[in-house]
Design a protein around this ligand. Structure first.
Ligand SMILES: *Cc1c(COP(=O)(O)O)cnc(C)c1O
Length: 229
């Protein structure tokens, strides 16, 4: 018999696939990052057994704990939460991607810590496209200058952009924001930066990932739709 977790995963993958088809995209170009905040390691292990490989955490210490417990698996970890500079040293050695970078001091610290272990850290710039006062991220019009300013940090590489939409009943209401992030990506992709190749679009969560995929998401960050019980 299928467990709920297994059928949730299957269902989410099917929905990503359908959304990709609707918009003439290839399913393979969309990476599912399973968000594991408040999910215990043994459940993450199950999700891995069901085929997931990319997992995202939004707290540095929790990430480190789970990393230690699940070291025997080939997990690709993503840090997706607010960055505290004094915690950067916890996630840099572990993470393939950091999705939520938007302050220069964070970039400086990430680059320093990555340099110490001989790593180039892949990062995404968090953009507050929806203009919410309380949300993290740069304004869209600030991103280009930010990238220029950050060219001096040699141990980071800017792979793309990330955003978080507000929760709305009908995800169609946030489509414009995802489109705006894609347009910004398309613009920045044609600019030259020493340490950036802006191609990834990390957008879409449980409530709105299909709309995000239709608008070009290359990474979706999904928690509840996978791990709900
Ligand atoms: C929690 C979280 C998600 C996943 O949200 P769900 O609605 O549970 O899918 C995605 N991105 C970030 C940054 C998060 O903190």
């Amino acid at each position: 018999m299928k467990t709920l977790l297994e059928s949730n995963i299957k269902r989410v993958l099917e929905r990503i696939n359908k959304a990709a088809e609707r918009s003439g995209r290839n399913f393979k170009d969309i990476l599912l990052v399973a968000v594991t905040k408040n999910v215990p390691p043994e459940v993450i292990r199950k999700a891995y057994e069901y085929g997931l490989r990319n997992f995202g955490e939004n707290r540095a210490q929790e990430l480190r704990k789970k990393y230690e417990e699940l070291k025997d698996l080939g997990i690709t970890w993503h840090f997706i939460g607010r960055i505290q500079t004094n915690k950067v040293r916890y996630f840099v050695p572990i993470c393939e991607y950091v999705h939520s970078v938007w302050r220069e001091e964070e970039v400086a610290e990430i680059s320093k810590r990555a340099g110490r272990i001989g790593k180039i850290q892949r990062v995404l710039v968090e953009v507050n496209v929806f203009g919410e006062e309380t949300k993290a991220g740069l304004k869209p019009e600030e991103v280009e200058d930010f990238l220029k300013k950050c060219e001096k940090y040699e141990n980071v590489f800017f792979e793309g952009l990330m955003t978080m939409a507000p929760y709305v009943e009908n995800p169609e209401e946030v489509r414009w924001g995802f489109r705006k992030l894609r347009e910004l990506r398309d613009y920045l992709m044609k600019r030259y930066f020493k340490n950036a190749g802006i191609k990834e679009l990390s957008m879409g969560m449980s409530n709105d990932f299909e709309v995000a995929v239709e608008e070009g998401a290359t990474m979706v960050r999904i928690g509840t739709a996978i791990f709900r019980r």
